[in-house]
Design a protein. Sequence first.
Length: 280
Amino acid sequence: MLKIENLNFAYNKNKPVLNNISFEVEKGRLCGLFGPNGCGKTTLFKCCLRFLRFENGSVNINGDDIKGKSVKEIAKLMSYVPQEHKPSFPYLVRDVVLMGRTPHLKGIFGTSKDDKKIAKEALKLVGIKQLAEIPYNQLSGGQRQLVIIARAVAQKSKVMFLDEPTSALDFSNQIRVWKLLRNIAALGSTVVACTHDPNHVIWFCDDVVVMGNGGLVAVGSPQEIISEPTLDKIYEKVCSVESIKKTKVVYPREFSKIDKKNRKKLESDTSHVANTEGEY
């Protein structure tokens, strides 16, 4: 469904951000886009969505190259959930979700009964129908994120891009959203979600694309790709990976203890702090 080939992009010609990025995601799959800050994950999304014009390469949705397509055509193919969305006006939640139907509106006739039905179904699917009549700008950051996901669901696009969709949510709602994304994929959409949590990738994603500051690091099954050798390439030996009750878990690697010699030196170097404490 989504095919990216040899994609290149640079904000500054001397410093490329995306270098020959190529991967595919099939219909009905949940793909995690994973990597450190600054490696180009959000930039990749913006290139796919045509928010940025890439230098060369191609982005294909269901076999169609997005180059030359109108904004309306692209909006029918792809939806986007940003990291955060700051409300400008007190629209009701149901109206914000209904905005997802904008690419499908016909002329001056506005939203139809079908559009409103689809919006209601999106609210129900995401589990926030009780928020329908509440002004959007009165919601918490986590609730607003769920509303924007519902808006993307109502858009009925073939591919959904989500940029760190759970960054503003508590742990319970993080799990809830990832389960929701699996359900959305099971209904036939292709879902690509950017995340900084390798455990979310392992536990919920069908595929993973790992990016580093040098470009693409690995593509494949999370169970195979999310490993200590791969994580060492992007995080410099910070993570350990183990199976706990048949489930892989990533956790911080234990740092070596300061040896006695260095400890004494550290204590000596900081002793003046204690000696001057009474001066303040």
